[in-house]
Design a protein around this ligand. Structure first.
Ligand SMILES: Nc1ncnc2c1ncn2[C@@H]1O[C@H](COP(=O)(O)OP(=O)(O)OP(=O)(O)O)[C@@H](O)[C@H]1O
Ligand SMILES: [Mg+2]
Length: 273
């Protein structure tokens, strides 16, 4: 099962959710690969690695998949970092920006020479990488950047499920429409295997009227077309602290309310996928 964490808005909890749901799945005994698909390298950093010090990252793998696909398997082996026995990471850093411009130029070339189909499609480069490792993992979770660009499209084309983390705030929940529209387009034209779409409410404060009303609005507005996780992720300062020490929230503060909510969401993920 390949799952993209995406939302066209910044700071909604995509990276935090990818890491901690991944950690919860690994704790439940699943073999888990996380993919940092964001040039900010936040997931890589939160997992305790220094993005700029890494010589093999997702950018190298994507260039390899485009230019030297026959050497891709070896490169993937070199790039994957083993955080724990069954929680692995394909890291990223700002070199991923170079890949985006390459993907855009591939797209332009395809528009100009539509009959030349010998090279890989610009939206399927990440799929080619994931195909190589899919058999080794129960779950592959992809952390996307907040930009609705070709890099995110690559993630959605490679995925069977998309989880949209969002804060229960008025502007954030209204802003979901753009992300959902892209997902629908991918489902219709590029990836019919992207069957399930979920909304995950993050940084949730049970006692605030704003969060309760926003949650109700999300359920009314989207509840019929997609799954809304029954467990929102609680707001807690511990969540903001744990990336600084490079370990997951589940290890940093196992009894914290947000850690418990991430465990519950991981259970829900395992139940329906
Ligand atoms: N449940 C929570 N409680 C408190 N703080 C949180 C919670 N979830 C995330 N945060 C904090 O909010 C900030 C944004 O979270 P995160 O980096 O996961 O969002 P993002 O969607 O990945 O951002 P970007 O769009 O920049 O990639 C971080 O500082 C993070 O530590
Ligand atoms: Mg992020």
């Amino acid at each position: 099962m390949v799952i993209s964490f995406c939302c066209g808005k910044g700071g909604t909890g995509k990276t935090t959710s990818t890491y901690n749901i991944g950690a919860a799945l690994a704790k439940a005994g699943k073999q888990v690969l996380l993919v940092d698909n964001d040039q900010q390298g936040s997931l890589t950093l939160a997992m305790g690695y220094e993005p700029q010090m890494l010589s093999m990252t997702l950018a190298n793998l994507m260039f390899q998949a485009i230019d030297m696909p026959d050497q891709l398997t070896d490169a993937i082996g070199q790039a994957i970092l083993q955080k724990t026995e069954n929680l692995h990471l394909v890291p990223a850093n700002n070199k991923l920006a170079g890949i985006l411009s390459r993907l855009v130029s591939m797209q332009n070339t395809r528009a100009m020479f539509p009959l030349d189909d010998s090279s890989i499609a610009p939206e399927r480069v990440l799929t080619a990488i994931i195909e190589q490792v899919k058999d080794q993992y129960d779950y592959i979770l992809i952390d996307c950047s907040p930009h609705l660009d070709l890099q995110m499209l690559n993630a959605l084309v490679a995925s069977e499920r998309a989880i949209i983390p969002t804060q229960a705030h008025f502007l954030d929940t209204v802003g979901l429409n753009d992300t959902i529209e892209i997902i629908r387009k991918v489902q219709q034209s590029l990836n019919p295997n992207l069957k399930q779409v979920d909304i995950l409410l993050t940084m949730f404060m049970q006692r605030t009227v704003l969060n309760q009303i926003s949650r109700q609005n999300v359920v009314e507005r989207y509840g019929e077309q997609m799954n809304i996780f029954s467990q929102p992720i609680d707001y807690s300062i511990k969540v903001a602290e744990h990336p600084a020490v490079g370990i997951s929230l589940l290890e940093y503060a196992p009894k914290n309310a947000a850690a418990l909510s991430y465990r519950a969401v991981a259970e829900e993920v395992m139940k329906n996928g």
